[in-house]
Design a binder for this molecule. Structure first.
Ligand SMILES: Nc1ncnc2c1ncn2[C@@H]1O[C@H](COP(=O)(O)OP(=O)(O)O)[C@@H](O)[C@H]1O
Ligand SMILES: [Mg+2]
Length: 213
């Protein structure tokens, strides 16, 4: 049975998920609370192999949207069973850089995929393991794409298959996330244009409140 706190970060490319997830992991470390930082896709060895397919720019326009959605489910299933659930059972805080809401935003909204046909697979994979807190870092698409281009330039890395998508794709994904945030009680929307420190402070105060209940 789930015991630990499950926290996930969502948002479009470059909104600041990885930056904030790392800061939150350090926050728990300083408090002496056991926590792991993990990610999707690629939180397990098998998931890393799946991730290679998903982010590979070579497959842009080839990877079918349903294949894409199913690969995400395969990654998530392995991640949950091998890593997330065992750590929650041991009372760890599990911080995941992306989780199932990314599939809804990217595949269902971004790709305009009729997810009702494969929703039963999503439900079986997640099997009731919902995050206690979802931090949605919201940012406009222009800022997002500027950041990922700069990051790729600085780190001398190729843009991923998703980072290469059209502006309108990213707009649909952003709108999808915001729609989910309106429907779900576990969502906290943060303004990604604030400073890294300001956003972290907000996150810490929300977590603090959750820990005190
Ligand atoms: N609040 C912020 N303000 C300005 N730049 C930021 C902020 N948060 C992150 N960044 C920078 O933007 C880039 C993308 O951040 P990152 O955390 O990798 O985003 P994501 O994981 O959501 O793709 C990085 O170069 C990071 O240093
Ligand atoms: Mg990241």
């Amino acid at each position: 049975m789930k015991k630990g706190l499950f926290i996930t970060f969502e948002g479009i490319e470059g909104c600041g998920k990885s930056t904030q997830a790392k800061l939150l992991k350090n926050y728990f470390e300083k408090k002496g609370i056991d926590a792991i930082l993990t990610l999707e896709p690629g939180g397990t060895k098998i998931g890393q192999r799946i991730r290679e397919i998903l982010v590979n720019p070579e497959f842009k326009g080839i990877l079918h949207p349903i294949t894409e959605a199913l690969l995400y489910q395969a990654d998530r299933n392995q991640h949950l069973k091998e890593k997330i659930i065992p750590h929650l059972e041991k009372n760890f805080v599990v911080i995941s850089d992306r989780y199932q809401y990314s599939t809804v935003a990217y595949q269902c909204f971004g790709r305009n995929l009729d997810c009702s046909k494969i929703e039963w697979i999503f439900k079986n994979v997640v099997n009731g393991i919902e995050p206690d807190i979802v931090f949605l870092i919201d940012i406009d698409v222009e800022t997002s794409l500027n950041r990922v281009n700069k990051r790729a330039e600085n780190e001398k890395i190729e843009l991923s298959r998703f980072e290469l998508e059209h502006v309108n794709f990213h707009k649909r994904v952003r709108d999808g996330f915001l729609k989910l945030a309106k429907e779900k009680e576990n969502f906290f929307v943060l303004n990604g244009k604030q400073s890294i420190e300001e956003i972290h402070k907000k996150i810490a105060s929300i977590v603090e409140e959750k820990l005190s209940v």
